[in-house]
Ligand binder design. Structure first.
Ligand code: PMP
Length: 428
């Protein structure tokens, strides 16, 4: 038996399900999760000494690859000066200046310690600013485990939300309307009926939590129009897409400007960081400037700021995003070719350095219903065949994949070679 298996058994003694975040438990693909020991560049190494090419990248933050020497040096240097003060440091100003430079829709930005806190705070701010309570989200979009956003789709338009987790009060879930991603007509109709009650729309501008689904032309533009027409706040949840699908995130890539943006993952370079910000007129409602309360003991933590700042500096280098996007394109077109050669129906999506694999002959996939209709058994088998060959994909058919600047030609070629064998085995 592997050391991962033993460690997983031990972990279950005092950790719920043996993990500190559910998708790590491999429930949807089966088998024991792999316990990691270390990582460098495009590779992670497990506790049994096996090395994998990593397409999870800690679920997004590691866009420069693991253990980047310059980021490590920044963290180590800063750590010797003290770990946390709970008082301002210059690093926070440098971070805020950098974020507002890279994401021009943000005039003011507040740091948090996770993506969940960022979306939760943006939502409270939108409600406090508009004086309205209802929020619109989209089926299959995930915004962290915020009560108001852990709400299932109602069937049909205007069906008010049911909680998707016990513990979320129905009274709160009723304020959340869940609509179909990429269906702008449904959004327009909803606003025509109750637009004056809606505080905000929150959207993943490229959906990355139901596999990877980019916006269809006109969708994000349409959201901007209805929000303007009805005085609602448009929130882009760029926790995943920020600094990844383009230097300035999805808003730069698709040319649509939100009022508020939630950030996470890359902004911390692998340390626990999130942020939310946007237009000055809205952000001025946050305490201590305004009445909407928001705070955090470790917010703006100096070690986390050092890792994040160095990361943002390195990804700002000209050509970085084009290079990673080109590698991602090589990967997805190669996978499609390999699948076709083996007679497996595969459709892929891609936005910059994130990608999705769909086992279906009904591609391209543009919404949640299509994503969930894909062959999940085939995904599970493919996942395990790749894992066996030393390629670590996200252990769920509903997660995006991530390519980093450390994924060179050799890693892409090795991945495609493994995929060829995996598809052939699937076809048998
Ligand atoms: N928003 C999006 C789009 C995410 O992908 C995630 C996490 N995967 C979150 C919010 C929540 O971030 P965190 O896990 O850091 O709380």
């Amino acid at each position: 038996m592997s050391r991962s298996h033993d460690l997983f058994s031990a972990a279950q003694r005092h950790i719920p399900g043996g993990v500190n975040s559910p998708v790590r438990a491999f429930r949807s693909v089966g088998g024991d999760p792999v316990f990691f020991e270390s990582a460098a560049g495009a590779y992670v190494t497990d506790v049994d000494g096996k090395r994998y090419i990593d397409y999870v990248g800690s679920w997004g933050p590691m866009i420069l690859g693991h253990a980047h020497p310059e980021i490590l040096a920044a963290v180590i240097e800063r750590a010797t000066m003290g770990l946390s003060f709970g008082a301002p440091t210059e690093l926070e100003t440098l971070m805020a200046d950098k974020v507002c430079e890279l994401v021009p829709s943000m005039d003011l930005v507040r740091m948090t310690s996770s993506g969940t806190e960022a979306t939760m705070s943006a939502l409270r701010l939108a409600r406090g600013y508009t004086g309205r309570d209802k929020v619109i989200k989209f089926e299959g979009n995930y915004h962290g485990h915020v009560d108001s956003l852990l709400v299932k789709a109602g069937s049909g338009m205007l069906t008010l939300g049911e909680p998707s987790s016990p513990g979320v009060p129905a009274a709160l879930a009723e304020l959340t309307l869940t609509l179909t991603y990429n269906d702008i007509e449904q959004v327009r109709q909803t606003f025509a009926e109750i637009g004056d009650q809606i505080a905000c729309i929150i959207v993943e501008p490229v959906a990355g939590n139901m596999n990877c689904i980019p916006p269809v032309p006109g969708f994000l533009e349409g959201l901007r129009e209805v929000c303007d027409a009805h005085g609602a706040v448009l929130i882009f949840d760029e926790v995943m897409t920020g600094f990844r699908v383009a230097r300035g995130g999805a808003q730069e890539r698709y040319g649509v400007t939100p009022d508020l943006t939630a950030l996470g993952k890359i902004i911390g370079g692998g340390m626990p960081v999130g942020a939310f910000g946007g237009k000055r007129a809205i952000m001025e409602h946050i305490s201590p400037l305004g009445p909407v309360y928001q705070a955090g003991t470790l917010s703006g933590n100096p070690i986390a700021m050092s890792a994040g700042l160095k990361t943002l500096e390195l990804i700002s280098e000209p050509g970085f995003h084009d290079r990673v996007a080109a590698q991602t394109e090589r990967l997805t077109s190669g996978l499609e070719a390999q699948a076709q050669a083996a007679g497996i129906a595969l459709s892929t999506n891609r936005a910059g350095a994130m990608f999705g694999l769909f086992f279906t002959d009904a591609g391209p996939v543009t919404n949640f219903a299509q994503a969930t209709a894909c062959n999940q058994d085939q995904f599970g088998q493919f996942f395990h065949a790749m894992l066996e060959q030393g390629v670590y994909l996200a252990p769920s058919a509903f997660e995006a994949g991530f390519v980093s600047g450390a994924h060179g030609d050799a890693e892409i070629e090795a991945t495609l070679e493994a995929a060829g064998k995996a598809f052939t085995a699937l076809a048998r």
